[in-house]
Design a protein around this ligand. Structure first.
Ligand code: GLN
Length: 485
């Protein structure tokens, strides 16, 4: 295992002219060539575009300009982020051949900061899943054990970072799709406060829940990326028009005087090894000067049920646009309705169809109030439950996932058990709050365990301060540089 350089190291070396962006890129492309065939992190490696972007960064340095905070840093993008002229598939057959006419705002911001996009990563189809097995391009494998899943839905991004293919990747998190694969692949993954990172150019799954966020091998790299991608964007009507917390500058501020609540409901039902790691992380925070107490937010037990009404309801509406006319695939038939049906039947996989049907049912006349309306009321209760906990606590702590990475195929036939992988991550999305998963040791088989920290809306600075302390206390091999290549 070679410890690939972090984004912070790459950017500072490239900005100071000691290392060429082209050299950094070739190193990462070589890592991809060596191991990608066994992992399948990418739907597409954008080799030539990356080479010309890296050359532009080097030219800027030669001309005495500063390319930016991510100068020469290779980044991988989840394949639901629009890239101008470059296929964006959401790992779905229905988007085959579609090339977006514009870049997502987060992609523009990364490029402006000097980052070099190396490719589009595999994901569960339309981000619906927890294992990357619903992808139409085949599953991604966990770099720590190729017979196991990397988690999902951003499994390709998590695996790319864990395997040393890129120091930073972007994912999207609707119910846990950044934090859960980060935990299973032994990397850092962060979901920002809803509205702090632009969704413009993120293909919509459930618009009231979706947020873009970073994967990285260190908390500092995740902070660096968040500082680059965060901030108001007029092109996203749900973007918060207020100052976004800056996090890189507070990383060393420690947790003295903070109150950390260990969330009892997240420990319930989790594997003993995962519970033990979460408790050890809480002890590390206490040793660094935080006050640690146990808290209960009973409402979070309702989150999974509410999510599986709200998210499919929004998805059924968002995915109505794939009609064979405007995007990607078209299967011709005698009339328009038959063409729509044939296209959607051929283009969507089983999990997407299940969500569209569930969501359509939950929104249909006669059932809307009983299902969707009730789920919205439960969402309010969850927000109130967290608000109560945050009157006493600055951050909450628990496992990111109830188990470590499971074998490929283990849950594909059992949607409910798959859905339960996100039982500790979904509540945050319903509340709109930020949360981060930090690697913290391994199970007996050497598989990574993630510890999750949660904070109130816009308290990213508190979140990152606590995350830095947890990272510093992580057992050897589970923190920075925890890749396997
Ligand atoms: N696994 C959850 C789902 O299938 C969350 C997915 C996500 O966050 N995109 O809906």
């Amino acid at each position: 295992m070679t410890a690939a350089p972090t984004a912070t190291e790459v950017a500072s070396a490239v900005r100071s002219g000691t290392v060429r962006a082209a050299t950094v890129l070739e190193g990462h492309l070589a890592a991809i060539d060596a191991a990608e065939a066994g992992i399948h992190a990418f739907n597409l490696v954008t080799r030539e575009q990356a080479r010309s972007d890296a050359a532009a960064v080097d030219a800027a340095v030669d001309a005495g300009h500063d390319p930016g905070l991510l100068a020469g840093v290779p980044v991988a993008l989840k394949d639901n982020l629009c890239t101008r002229g470059v296929p964006t598939t959401c790992s779905s057959a229905i988007l085959a051949g579609w090339r977006p006419p514009y870049d997502a705002t987060v992609v523009t911001r990364l490029r402006r900061a000097g980052a070099v996009v190396v490719g589009k990563t595999n994901m569960d189809e339309f981000a619906m899943g927890s294992s990357t097995e619903t992808s139409a391009t085949g599953p991604t494998r966990n770099p720590h054990d190729l017979d196991r899943v990397p988690g999902g839905s951003s499994g390709g991004s998590a695996a790319a970072v864990a395997a040393g293919f890129a120091p930073i990747a972007l994912g999207s998190d609707t119910g846990g799709s950044i934090r859960q694969p980060a935990a299973l692949c032994g990397v850092v993954g962060m979901k920002p406060t809803y509205g702090t990172v632009s969704r413009y150019g993120l293909v919509a799954f459930a618009s009231s829940l979706d947020q873009v966020g970073p994967f990285a091998r260190s908390v500092a790299d995740a902070a660096l990326c968040f500082d680059v991608i965060g901030g108001h964007d007029e092109a996203d009507s749900t973007s918060l028009n207020r100052p976004t917390p800056r996090v890189l500058s507070v990383l060393d501020d420690g947790v003295e005087g903070m109150t950390v609540g260990v969330l009892a409901e997240f420990l319930d039902g989790a594997d003993p090894v995962v519970v033990a790691r979460a408790r050890a992380a809480a002890e590390a925070l206490a040793a660094a000067g935080a006050r640690v107490e146990e808290v209960s937010v009973p409402e979070v037990a309702l989150a999974l049920s509410a999510y599986y009404l709200i998210a499919p309801a929004e998805a059924s509406s968002n995915l109505a646009r794939y009609d064979g006319v405007r995007f990607g695939l078209r299967v011709d038939a005698d009339d328009t309705v038959a063409m729509n049906t044939a296209t959607r039947s051929a283009g969507f996989g089983a999990e997407v169809k299940r969500r569209v049907m569930l969501g359509t049912y939950a929104l249909s006349a006669g059932y809307m109030d009983a299902y969707y309306g009730k789920a919205l009321r439960v969402r309010t209760l969850i927000i109130e439950g967290f608000a109560r906990a945050y009157q006493r606590c600055d951050v909450l702590l628990g496992p990111t996932t109830p188990t470590t990475a499971f074998p490929l195929g283990a849950k594909v036939g059992d949607p409910l058990s798959m859905y339960l992988s996100d039982v500790c991550t979904i509540p945050t999305n319903l509340a709109g709050h930020p949360a981060i998963s930090v690697p913290f040791g391994t199970d007996d088989a050497g598989l990574p365990v993630g510890v999750q920290l949660l904070a109130p809306a816009l308290a990213e600075s508190t979140l990152f301060r606590a995350a830095a302390v947890v990272e510093a206390a992580a057992p050897d091999g589970s923190g920075r540089g925890g890749g396997t290549t």
